[in-house]
Design a protein. Sequence first.
Length: 139
Amino acid sequence: MKTFSACLFAALLVPALSFAQASAKFAKNTHDFGTIQQGGDGSTQFEFTNTGKEPLVISNAQGSCGCTVPEWPKEPIMPGKKASIKVKYDTNRVGNFTKTVTVTMNTEPSTETLTITGNVKANETPATEKHEDHSGHGH
Ligand SMILES: [Cu+2]
């Protein structure tokens, strides 16, 4: 009898778990800054709504390199509520850029990729100080 109830319990639990999920609907997942002056404002926000049935928890957000820094809400976002992920690019780096931020959440699929792109225009500086093209750097 014990075995039977354990099986029954498992059978009820498995479908319940697969439904217990949050879902993030992003208003947009790319942002084009266009041309920004060197040292200018390289921040943007990616707004999203939890369209799932469970509180949405972001466990991590990771920029594709050190010059792309995300900030995300640490508290759970309730179903139907909006929140946003802030992404800041280091505009002291001159040139074209395309960077991604990978957001990990309790959703299916569990990651969302946000992309930022733009072109940082150099301030008038001596040519020796100029970085030709940031997009080719390896980190
Ligand atoms: Cu970089």
